[in-house]
Design a protein around this ligand. Structure first.
Ligand code: NAD
Length: 273
């Protein structure tokens, strides 16, 4: 496993396992499979309603808590200082743990204008040692500019939609300039047309890898933290086997060139509430 050292010194496994849209009962089974395969980083959120299943899988894995990097996120409806602290308590309770490794504000929701207050609560959670690192998700340059100006701590991570159809060059550069790690959500483009791209098939054939593995390798070489999701054990394993080959810089650029400004799959963070 490769690690990225965050701006607060915390080390995060660069490849993790995401559990969006995995029902609670199934999350237990899927996370157990991922931990068995070797993943040591799980990405969940209060909104995924599977923190209990994730927590149970970690507890029953036989691993000590410190061996697993656990991320969860604050949901939009719970933003605000006090509400955030309460939501965080509830997440810890469901996860069955005393602390998380990373706590993120899930979306900025500029329209409700509570993300600065929420960030103050995350700063408190971090200083109390209940989250080893704190960060944001779906933050734009505009919302981050304000957070950096009004907050006292720089987010460790910005988790954003990022895949070859939407490579987010400007946002990656913004994060880098400010010492914020970039984490890619929907890194496989949610498994749609992207994985049928002829370029990815060609590169896969060249290295004896699948298109999904080529895409994950592209993320790793860009320096992204990456959290692919699958509930199929063979794919969970396949997505983990990406440390034994390397793309050339030209191949990385060719994959990036698949992208366009219109390549977004998910909601626009400027308006999503
Ligand atoms: P993804 O890009 O990881 O794609 C997952 C889908 O791709 C699977 O459901 C499956 O259909 C397919 N797939 C997976 N592995 C494959 C393989 N080896 N070969 C062929 N097909 C394969 O999509 P995602 O679930 O949207 O994103 C991953 C994680 O990112 C989520 O589980 C969640 O943890 C996180 N996320 C965060 C946000 C946010 O707002 N912060 C939003 C969406 C997702």
């Amino acid at each position: 496993m490769q690690y990225i050292t965050l701006n607060d010194g915390v080390r995060i496994p660069q490849l993790g396992y995401g559990v969006w849209q995995v029902p609670d009962a199934q999350a237990h089974e899927s996370v157990a499979a991922a931990l068995e395969i070797g993943y040591r980083h799980i990405d969940t959120a209060a909104a995924y309603e599977n923190e209990a299943g994730v927590g149970r899988a970690v507890a029953e894995s036989g691993l000590v808590r410190e061996e697993v990097f656990l991320t969860t996120k604050l949901w939009n409806a719970n933003q605000g200082y006090d509400a955030t602290l309460r939501a965080f308590d509830r997440s810890l309770e469901l996860l069955g743990t005393e602390y998380v490794d990373l706590y993120l504000i899930h979306w900025p929701v500029p329209e409700q204008d509570l993300y600065i207050e929420s960030w103050r609560a995350l700063e408190k959670i971090a200083s109390d040692g209940r989250a080893r690192a704190v960060g944001v998700s779906n933050f734009t340059a505009e919302t981050l500019d304000r957070l950096l100006k009004e907050g006292t701590r720089t987010p460790a991570i910005n988790q954003i939609e990022l895949h070859p159809y939407f490579p987010q060059a400007a946002m990656r550069e913004y994060n880098r300039k400010h010492g914020i790690a970039t984490e890619a959500w929907s890194p496989l483009g949610q498994g749609g047309d992207l994985l049928k791209e002829p370029l990815l098939t060609t590169l896969g054939d060249r290295y004896g890898k699948s298109p999904a593995q080529v895409v994950l390798r592209w993320h790793l070489q860009l320096g992204n933290v990456v959290i692919p999701k699958s509930v199929t054990p063979s794919r969970i394993r396949e997505n983990f086997e990406v440390f034994d080959f390397e793309l050339t810089p030209e191949e990385v650029d060719q994959i990036t060139a698949l992208g366009s400004d219109g390549g977004r799959i998910g909601p626009d963070p400027a308006t999503f509430n």
